[in-house]
Ligand binder design. Structure first.
Ligand SMILES: NC(=O)c1ccc[n+]([C@@H]2O[C@H](COP(=O)([O-])OP(=O)(O)OC[C@H]3O[C@@H](n4cnc5c(N)ncnc54)[C@H](OP(=O)(O)O)[C@@H]3O)[C@@H](O)[C@H]2O)c1
Length: 335
């Protein structure tokens, strides 16, 4: 039986989510890759145990994570039932609905029908009575915002979620739905956007809106799916995401296009006494609106490295400038 490390809360940082009462770990674990029915269960368990032993309390799932869709929730549900049950109240477990999940018109997007049916399916797969945060995974251009907001609100009122969040909404969409949640008194506390050195679109659009609203972000793909690590410095390893045929989200040509920049950033990281992954995570966490960075991992050791980001979170002006200059050149060359 798994026994959690009793020093797990000693080194992790816990950040308050906006103006809510909730704190989450500065690093969260994502289940998008490496937790499907195609992946070894024992390795999944080792990653989850490592995360929890490092003080990570935020576990990020969605209805369709796999492959096969739903299998990440089923696998994690099995771990909850067999290993992690005594720790349920130390964990923030989340799920989402919005991307393609089942056949027909109700298996995706943001209608009341889709959101509530999907949440019920997720709870069954997870074997839980409630999730801590339930997200609308993406804005739905064809469903009124009120309908999506009311469906999320209903999940809270029915005891199926404690808080709600949104993901991939623009700044303007976030401001609009926040107003509806405010009127409903829904505990909407968090936004989940993509953010990394290679994707800075939220800096001008979303972060000022979150700041104004007093909400936080938990950002996904902070390592640009592994590009912002030492994973590809010497080619594409056979067991990496870019080489895997079960994932179409990171292609070898993206590795090629970013390699020169990654090498330059790696030199800055070395001077700071960090790995590139550590520096990339610290760089995201320097934004005051960002409560947590959501990392993926294919092995437990990656999490041990990533958590070391917390040892050096600040950047000198010289380091900031060096990174910004490298990123400007990269952006110019990839227009
Ligand atoms: N809301 C949304 O629409 C949305 C979209 C995407 C993701 N997400 C969430 O965000 C989570 C994280 O996304 P992501 O997996 O793309 O995040 P990421 O942290 O940018 O990339 C994770 C990958 O980076 C590599 N890696 C991690 N730590 C490393 C280290 N220390 N050294 C070397 N390589 C390292 C691993 O690649 P290898 O597998 O090659 O080892 C790992 O699978 C997802 O699991 C999901 O929960 C949400």
């Amino acid at each position: 039986m798994y026994q959690a490390n009793n020093k797990r809360y000693d080194q992790m940082v816990y950040n308050r989510v906006g103006k809510s009462g909730l704190k989450i770990s500065a690093l969260g674990l994502g289940f998008w890759h490496n937790f499907g029915s195609v992946d070894a269960y024992e390795n999944q368990k080792a990653i989850v145990h490592q995360a929890f032993d490092l003080g990570m309390t935020y576990f990020d799932l969605a209805n369709n994570y796999g492959p096969t869709p739903g299998s990440a929730e089923t696998n994690f549900g099995h771990m909850m039932a067999t290993d992690m049950k005594p720790y349920r109240d130390e964990m923030i477990i989340t799920s989402k609905a919005g991307y393609d999940m089942w056949d027909g018109p109700y298996g995706e997007w943001g209608s009341r029908k889709s959101i509530i049916a999907s949440a019920d399916q997720s709870l069954t797969r997870l074997g839980l009575d409630y999730v801590d945060i339930f997200y609308s995974h993406r804005p739905d251009p064809d469903t009124p915002l009120e309908e999506t907001a009311l469906a999320l609100d209903q999940l809270v009122r029915d005891g199926k979620a404690l808080y709600v969040g949104i993901s991939n909404y623009s700044g303007a969409q976030t401001a609009a739905i926040a107003k509806i949640f405010k009127d409903l008194r829904t505990p909407f506390i968090i936004h989940q956007p993509r953010y990394s050195m290679f994707d800075r679109h939220i800096e001008s659009d979303l972060l000022p809106v979150l700041n104004e609203l007093g909400k936080s972000a938990v950002v996904y793909s902070p390592l640009a799916q592994g590009l912002l690590t030492n994973r590809y410095l010497n080619g594409i390893p056979a067991d990496s995401r870019a080489a895997k045929t079960t994932s179409r989200f990171l292609q070898p040509d993206q590795v090629e296009k970013t390699l020169l920049t990654v090498k330059k950033l790696n030199e800055v990281a070395k001077k700071r006494g960090q790995t590139l992954a550590e520096m990339a995570l610290a760089w995201d966490l320097r934004q005051p609106e960002i409560a947590s960075v959501l990392v993926g991992a294919s092995r437990p050791e990656q999490l041990v490295d990533n958590v070391k980001a917390l040892n050096q979170l600040t950047f000198s002006d010289t380091e900031e400038r060096a990174i910004t200059d490298i990123l400007h050149v990269h952006e110019k060359n990839n227009k």
